[in-house]
Design a binder for this molecule. Structure first.
Ligand SMILES: [Mn+2]
Length: 290
């Protein structure tokens, strides 16, 4: 039996579609929302099984991957995220170059040129490296579908969406399907909801609803493009706030002061107690240009 584990975003889906078009997808598939990375823990192989992983970080699945290799399972890994130490016996096709996505790695491995790899580049925010701008929207919508707190938030289970893409065979044909229309309309509706959210006391506060959990990333990205920030976008979780912070510098540092983390320009705090919002805003405001 073969097992596939793939990220539920555009890149993971396009990687699987390419594999499926060449070799078929007989076996079990394991996937989840985009942020659900530790998928190897959901695989329960039996003797003689093999495992193929697409677009999930080996570093984040390292101990489980090592354990499965030691037990003799054949594992093949395609990815462009952090890998960690090499694992004996694991076949790794991992390239962390900033101009590739997993679907490009899979395309090279299969030696079959595919427009799905072009779609994936757009999905991963690597449009500048794609030769097919006509697939920008499709890449972004497949990527958008993967965002949410859990699978119930998504328009399509990523496995269902992957199989719909596979059935279509080409991105052009998928663009003609009702599934594409559903994604397009879903995104437009979510963005219309976003427009109703205004900044109040320095915060864009979103309700804890599925649409908000789906678009908070896109919204943060768009707000960040209007000025240096720091910008505060938060989902109201009752006693706590799920905070996304964006800006030009020092963002991860601010977040870490409140139990979160991140990079220089993007960060988050999973559960900020509401009584700490004043302290957070004091810190943010001291860094906002007058
Ligand atoms: Mn990717």
């Amino acid at each position: 039996m073969r097992w596939f584990a793939f990220n539920g975003d555009a890149d993971g889906i396009c990687s699987m579609v390419q594999w499926g078009l060449v070799h078929g997808l007989e076996g079990n598939t394991v996937t989840g929302v985009k942020r659900d990375i530790e998928l190897l823990s959901k695989i329960v192989p039996e003797s003689g099984d093999e495992i193929i992983c697409m677009d999930i970080s080996l570093a984040r699945n390292h101990s489980r991957a090592r354990e499965l290799c030691e037990r003799g399972f054949k594992i093949t890994w395609f990815d462009h995220h952090l890998a960690g130490e090499p694992i004996d016996g694991l076949e790794a096709h991992i390239d962390t170059s900033s101009n590739v996505c997993t679907a490009k790695i899979v395309e090279n491995f299969l030696r079959v040129k595919s427009d799905w790899a072009q779609v994936a580049l757009h999905g991963d925010g690597l449009s500048v490296h794609s030769t097919k701008p006509e697939f920008t929207e499709l890449g972004e919508l497949l990527n958008y579908n993967g965002y949410g707190a859990d699978l119930d938030d998504l328009h399509f289970h990523p496995d269902v969406l992957m199989r719909l893409c596979l059935e279509s065979k080409t991105p052009e044909k998928f663009l003609q399907t009702p599934a594409f229309e559903t994604l397009k309309k879903g995104f437009a509706d979510d963005m219309r909801n976003v427009e109703s959210i205004k900044e109040v006391d320095g915060i864009y506060l979103l309700p804890n609803e599925a649409w908000a959990r789906r678009v908070v990333g896109v919204m943060a990205h768009r707000i960040n493009s209007i000025g240096p920030g720091p910008h505060v976008i938060a989902i109201d979780k009752g006693h706590t706030l799920q905070v996304s912070l964006r800006g030009d510098e020092g963002i991860g540092e601010i977040c870490s002061m409140f139990g979160g983390g991140g990079r220089a320009t993007a960060g988050g705090i999973d559960a900020l107690p509401k009584e700490e919002i004043t302290a957070l805003m004091n810190e943010v405001n001291s860094r906002r240009s007058a």
